[in-house]
Design a binder for this molecule. Structure first.
Ligand SMILES: [Zn+2]
Length: 132
């Protein structure tokens, strides 16, 4: 093993292979010197099928969240959509259509959130009584 004279071998964007100590990019999925592989490759920041599905379902804002197990948040977004649509409708009347941009902005935001939020669909449905 070689010794570098750097006091800290760990920098922000690299990691050391837990198997052989080879320096690797932080998001490395496998070591290029030994046969170490990162476990659970499906749990990276990259989107999964359910992420895409949730974003797709967000055509109806809130539905994507319900799909991922966030019923309370989904309901809030659905209600929020009605509020935003009402508000942006009024704003559109007052500003010759510009207000509709607000609704689109909200809509895209909800879809992106549904895509990014962690899928928490689990067999247990114990915490149904969410308080709001
Ligand atoms: Zn290695």
């Amino acid at each position: 093993m070689e010794y570098t004279d750097a006091p800290s071998t760990q920098t922000a964007d690299t990691m050391l292979c837990p198997n052989c100590g080879q320096r690797l990019p932080k998001e490395a999925q496998a070591c290029d010197r030994c046969d170490w592989k990162r476990e659970n490759p499906a749990e990276t920041a990259e989107g999964t099928a359910s992420d895409a599905m949730a974003a797709l379902l967000s055509i109806v804002p809130g539905l994507g969240h319900v799909y991922k197990g966030y019923r309370g948040i989904g309901l809030l977004f659905a209600i929020g959509t009605l509020v935003v649509l009402g508000f942006s409708g009024l704003a559109a009347i007052a500003s010759a259509g510009f207000g509709l941009g607000l609704a689109v902005f909200y809509w895209v935001g909800v879809a992106m959130h549904a895509y990014a939020i962690k899928d928490r669909v689990v067999p247990s449905e114990k915490d149904e009584g969410e308080q709001y």
